[in-house]
Design a protein around this ligand. Structure first.
Ligand code: S3P
Length: 191
């Protein structure tokens, strides 16, 4: 992937951001990084930006400042990332779609890729509970599934492209996204 020439439905806004959304553990950061490497388009990781600005981990941020403050920062960072005139690949936190302002921003200003995963696969994949303050190790697959069902319609609403990631490695997911971007009219990545 060396940039794309195709027209995106976002092109009339003069932007060419690609945002990766999905539930915690869906592989957003890893896949976004692979896409950035392959395209040469810079990566913006919203959680990493928050951690850097606050000089603490996301876990500590939640513990010290609470979720509301986190959501405020998350909105600020997304607004900031989308304001940049140059293309970027934006790895979003799993809860970014909860704020209707973020959904409107994403819909208007980015090609949005939703990495879909089942609760069962997620339960197997998530081994890093410490850095995910909203998930506890004891969470049952059923509870996880309820949690996901709340968010799924929000992910689907803002997504331009949905990728079922079950059974796929991050490299395979990346290949699929590249293929879909090339096939469709979403060709927007330019280094
Ligand atoms: C959250 C997901 C996390 C992080 C924060 C809240 C969520 O990001 O933004 O812990 O509400 O789903 P990842 O999806 O990258 O784990």
């Amino acid at each position: 992937m060396n940039g794309y020439e195709g027209a995106s439905r976002r092109d009339h806004h003069g932007t060419s951001h690609v945002a990766i959304i999905g539930f915690m553990g869906a592989g957003k950061s890893t896949v976004a990084e692979l896409l950035a490497q392959r395209s040469g388009v810079p990566l913006v990781d919203i959680d990493a930006r928050i951690a850097e600005a606050a000089q603490m981990s996301i876990e500590d941020f939640f513990a010290h400042n609470g979720e509301q403050e986190f959501r405020w920062m998350e909105h600020e960072m997304l607004t900031d990332a989308l304001r940049c005139p140059d293309a970027s690949i934006i790895a979003c936190g799993g809860g970014i779609v909860l704020d209707p302002r973020n959904r409107a921003l994403l819909e208007a200003q980015a090609t949005v890729i939703y990495l879909q995963v089942t609760a069962e696969e997620l339960a197997q994949r998530i081994d890093d509970y410490a850095s995910r303050p909203l998930l506890q190790p004891a969470i049952e697959a059923d509870a996880l599934s309820d949690f996901m069902q709340e968010r799924e319609p929000l992910y689907e609403r803002v997504a331009d492209i949905t990728v079922d990631t079950c059974g796929l490695t991050p490299h395979e997911v990346c290949d699929r996204i590249v293929g879909m971007l090339e096939e469709g009219d979403h060709g927007v990545l330019h280094p």
